[in-house]
Design a protein around this ligand. Sequence first.
Ligand code: CUA
Length: 415
Amino acid sequence: MRFVPSSLVRGGRFLAALAGLLLLSGCDFNFWRMDGHQSTMTAEGPVARSQLDLFYVTCWVTLVIFILVGGVLAYTMWRFRARTEADERAAPPPQSHGNPLVEIGLIGASVLALVIIAVPTLTAIWYTHDVPEAEKKNAYEVTATGYQWWFKFEYPAEQAAVDAAGAKTPLVTGNELVIPAGRPIRINVRTVDVIHSFWVPKLGGKIDMIPNRANFFWLQADKPGYFWGQCAEYCGDSHAVMRFRVIALDEKDFAAWKEKQLALARSVAAPAAPGAAAPVAALRAFKTNEVGVSAAFDRNPLEAWRARQVVEKDENPALIAQGRELFAAKTCNACHSVRGHGAMGVQGPDLTHFGARTTVGAGLIENNPEQLRRWLRDPESVKPGNKMAKAYRDNKISLSDAEQVALTAYLLSLK
Ligand code: CUA
């Protein structure tokens, strides 16, 4: 669905880039390509494209108005300026009520400008509201729920194993929404506490998650990709870092991912005779707000995501067994679920396949041994105000260096 010829789109992008350059010239962002992680200027799906086209229509109409009004103002200021001292002392020219033709013309032009904006606006509202009728049969449904400060994603059509006896529950993931590319995704939007807003800049949004209100909308990724999402409604301490990711896969990869997710958590057999625990070095100190994402991950996040799906090369069964015990001993299981490992908490993200995710702390830092340990050691320093840090304080939980390493090994083993 395109209202705008491509030359206007290119021109609009140039203007927007210029404005961005003036406003934000200090930031690390490529203005000319306009393709930062959370840029709405590179649409990668039909919903985002219709929203971007609407932006260009409004941008061009207001630019024409700006040039006309600014031009007339500049011309009159120049043409009728006082040139001599006699001009400055002269009486004002004869006053009139105005020119009816000009006034009617201006009213007509304003109405025309509004109509030019209103037609594509209404079309886009209609189009982005729900999956188009012809596509409905092909749509895939998920439910996104906002929590302070993370996102839960449910797949109502997928029944995941809960225990070895064969009990089932709808599949739940946290902070990373995996979807099939090229298919419309209908998203039920919910919240358990305050108002949040669901937004994936390159795919579409925003839509508010409102208490006691069943909102929904849809989006679609043109092709496989890795997309940044963000809560877009102020919701408390960690609003700015309430993020998530959307990973779009082709049908085959999506089916493979789904099959793994539906299974119980991976169990690693503990060695019969665990050797003496090696001494563990303290984790280095981190600066406040230190970026927790590697350059390789930033360059090719989809590859990084694929790499996370496979078992860690240097996995240590003794450490993993120790971590699994700690997960219960430190009461992590009171807030987090690990299906098949006896952990049933629902206040925090489901961790059944946590090791296969690319991020920790609601899309904030990369899920690798160093960053995960940084998070486990002191979640408050990574994401101020978060509920896990509060649980640490309330229940006087702290982790020694050895415990941090063991829990890290366990969580990363959950593929
Ligand atoms: Cu959730 Cu802002």
